[in-house]
Design a protein around this ligand. Sequence first.
Ligand SMILES: Nc1nc2c(ncn2[C@@H]2O[C@H](COP(=O)(O)OP(=O)(O)OP(=O)(O)O)[C@@H](O)[C@H]2O)c(=O)[nH]1
Ligand SMILES: [Mg+2]
Length: 358
Amino acid sequence: MEKALLVEVKLKSDKTPVKESIEELEQLVTSAGAKVAGVLTQQKDATDIKFCIGKGKVEELKELCRTTEANIVIFNNELHPSQTRNLEEALGIKVLNRTELILDIFAQNAFSREGKLQVELAQNEYLLTHLTGHGIELSRLGGGIGTRGPGETQLELDRRIINTRITKLKKELEKVKISRETARQKRKSSNMVLISLVGYTNTGKSTLLNSLTAASVLTKDKLFATLDPVTRRLYLPSGKTVLLTDTVGFIRKLPHTLISAFRATLEETIQANLLLHVVDASSPYMEDQISAVYNVLEELGIVSKPIITVFNKTDKVTDKNYIEEMKQKYYPSAAISALNKEGLKDLISLLDEQFLSS
Ligand SMILES: Nc1nc2c(ncn2[C@@H]2O[C@H](COP(=O)(O)OP(=O)(O)OP(=O)(O)O)[C@@H](O)[C@H]2O)c(=O)[nH]1
Ligand SMILES: [Mg+2]
């Protein structure tokens, strides 16, 4: 198992408290299957051009790598390829940044053909935007494309290879999309209402789908357990049947390449008549997570769809007044425990009300 040292340079402009962002990075690291060996943070006005962290900190980091026997360093900041290279040369071990870590988790959790194609597309698009004149990053990330740099020729070659691969992946995805489109058209012609579960990763979307329908989607205390969308029928007391889709979760600073590569997966959400926004009410960072989800919805152009906010994991919340307060603030909303199947009746009635007029 890899032992990772986590590093974050906290800029004054970044409003997320360092405790919150490091806790999340730790979750990402364990979700990727690695162990956290230690944490190093630094407050700075601007990141260092050569190493991202200050030069003095590089020495500190080197020592920390030695004492903790870490074999990988993971930055929560976006690193320029040259910064990654400088750090790797100075430390003598592999350096990754947050986006690469998230891409790795996605790669591990992609099981369907479409999911795998989308992850590979995102990886290649990421590579394309992180090429330098050295071509080294390509070999560093594996995939066997190109080697350390004979300069421009190599770069152009790498660029060409990646572009060819991207075109091929997009074509493959188009094919998969056609069969999925047929299924969607069929659903559309049946005039059924589409509801999509959205929310921050690990808030309990899949658990809720399982509790509301007879689905058996994998649920895990890990980030990005679900990548492939799953749709199930849900029968409402009024006699109406709706289709409920569970899909990939969101996170703050979700890499743009992932959003664009996962457009097909998110198509269900884009087409939905209503969004059920599942929120982890037991998280101390709940409201930050809510706004991160809204940012992604905005990026997808669907923030104005009708949204019901579902406060989940209320079994872990002792302050019931707080839940009431939040329910008022994010009206219309429901408070549930998807795990213990509490509050589901109220949620279902709320859904029924939404569609009385339709
Ligand atoms: N205590 C408690 N835990 C819950 C509840 N709902 C879900 N969980 C737990 O939270 C973790 C994440 O649940 P999932 O349903 O996999 O969450 P998700 O939103 O689908 O997560 P991703 O697919 O990874 O984005 C699991 O360990 C669940 O058992 C709840 O109501 N109460
Ligand atoms: Mg899930």
